[in-house]
Write a protein that binds this ligand. Structure first.
Ligand code: ATP
Ligand code: MG
Length: 316
C-alpha cells in the first residue's frame, strides 16, 4: 500500500475560540498505480486532509503512513514523495510556462535533458506548446492551471495530488489531461484527485471517497458506492415542449422535472412497467425520447450529502 491513513482527526482552533472539526476519524488506503477520488462540498475537509498527507499540516490525532514510514515522523520525506497541484491559483508572474516547469523539474532533482524532454512531451500532449514562452501575466486562467499541472508532473513523486486540476480547463484539454494522468499510473504512480466535479470523477477514478462535514459518507469503487446507496434506476423522458404536462405514476418513487426533461426514479421491479409506458408514449408521439440508466454517481452524491449534520457511513 502506498498510503495508509488511519483514524485521522484534524481540529482547527478558530479565532473566536470555537473549534472546527475539519477531519473526523478518517481511515482509508491507496494502492500503487491507483487513482483515488476525494469528493466533497466546499469546506468538507479535502484540502485539510491532503495537507496532512503531505506533512505540511499535523493531524490532531491518528496516523498516516506513506511508502512504509510515518508522515508525522518524517514530514520532509513525505513532501519529497508527493507532488502537489494546489487548489489555489499559483502566481507565475513574469515566469513563462517553460521556465516554471523546468525550474520545478530541476528543483525535484531532474537532469536538464530529461526535464526538457518530459516538458516538451507534456506541453505537446496538453496542446499548450504555443504558450511555452509567454509570460505568466499574459496567460489565460486555463493555461496557467495547466502549467501548474505540468509543474506537478514534471518529476512526479510516488503520490501525485491534484486539487481541482480541471477548473478553468476547456473540455478538449480536460480529456488530454485525463489521458496523461492515466498513463502516469501505468508505471505505478498513485494519484489523489480532489474534485467537486462528480461527473468527471465517475469516469476517471478507480476508487473514491465522499467527504461530508469532515466524515466519509461513502468509499469504494464507483459501482460499489452506487450499489450500496441505491439499486434504483432512472427513467429519463423528454417532453415535446416545456409547456407539456408530465404524468405522475405509482411505479415512480420520485419525479424531478427540469424544463421538458423529466426524471423518474424507480425500483428494479418497476422497470418493465415503466418501459412499456414510455414505449407507448413514444409511439403515440407524446414524448421525444426516453432512456433508462442506473443512477449516476452525481445522483448518489446528492442523495448522500443532502443530509444535514454527520453522514450515514457506507463502507464498500
Ligand atoms: N487554517 C484554518 N483555520 C481554521 N479553520 C480552517 C483552516 N483551514 C480550513 N479551515 C476550515 O476547515 C474546514 C475544511 O476546510 P477545507 O479547506 O479542508 O475544505 P475543502 O473540502 O478543501 O473545501 P473546498 O472544496 O472549498 O476547497 C472548513 O470549515 C474551513 O473553514
Ligand atoms: Mg479545498
Amino acid at each position: 500500500m502506498v498510503l495508509d491513513v488511519q483514524n485521522i482527526t484534524k481540529i482547527y482552533n478558530d479565532t473566536r475560540k470555537s473549534q472546527i472539526v475539519a477531519n473526523d476519524h478518517l481511515t482509508f488506503g491507496i494502492d500503487k498505480g491507483e487513482i483515488f477520488g476525494l469528493l466533497g462540498h466546499n469546506g468538507a475537509g479535502k484540502t485539510t486532509l491532503i495537507h496532512q498527507i503531505m506533512g505540511t499540516l499535523t493531524p490532531t490525532s491518528g496516523n498516516i503512513t506513506l511508502h512504509g514510514k510515518s508522515v508525522q515522523k518524517f514530514p520532509k520525506r513525505a513532501r519529497s514523495l508527493c507532488s502537489l497541484q494546489p487548489q489555489s491559483e499559483f502566481q507565475l508572474g513574469f515566469l513563462t510556462p517553460a521556465q516554471a516547469v523546468s525550474t520545478m523539474g530541476k528543483m525535484r532533482g531532474g537532469g536538464k535533458k530529461e526535464v526538457k524532454q518530459r516538458m516538451d512531451m507534456l506541453f505537446e500532449r496538453l496542446d499548450i506548446g504555443k504558450w511555452a514562452h509567454t509570460h505568466g501575466v499574459k496567460l489565460s486562467g486555463g493555461i496557467r492551471r495547466l502549467t501548474v499541472f505540468c509543474m506537478a508532473l514534471i518529476q512526479p513523486g510516488k503520490l501525485v495530488i491534484l486539487d481541482e486540476p480541471t477548473n478553468d480547463v476547456d473540455p478538449t484539454r480536460r480529456r488530454y489531461l485525463w489521458d496523461v494522468i492515466r498513463e502516469l499510473t501505468n508505471d505505478g504512480t498513485s494519484v489523489i484527485l480532489v474534485t467537486h466535479n462528480v461527473i468527471e470523477a465517475e469516469k476517471a477514478v478507480d476508487r473514491l471517497a465522499i467527504l461530508h462535514n469532515g466524515q466519509f459518507a461513502a468509499k469504494g469503487t464507483v459501482p460499489e458506492v452506487k450499489r450500496k446507496v441505491t439499486d434504483q434506476k432512472r427513467l429519463e423522458i423528454n417532453l415535446l415542449s416545456i409547456f407539456d404536462r408530465h404524468e405522475d405514476h405509482d411505479w415512480s418513487i420520485s419525479t424531478h422535472r427540469n424544463g421538458a426533461n423529466v426524471i423518474y426514479s424507480l425500483d428494479e421491479s418497476s422497470v418493465s412497467t415503466a418501459i412499456e409506458w414510455a414505449e407507448f408514449r413514444l409511439k403515440q408521439g407524446n414524448i421525444l425520447d426516453y432512456s433508462l440508466s442506473p443512477k449516476t454517481l452525481e445522483d448518489v452524491y446528492v442523495e448522500l450529502t443532502a443530509k444535514e449534520g454527520g453522514a450515514d457511513f457506507v463502507e464498500c
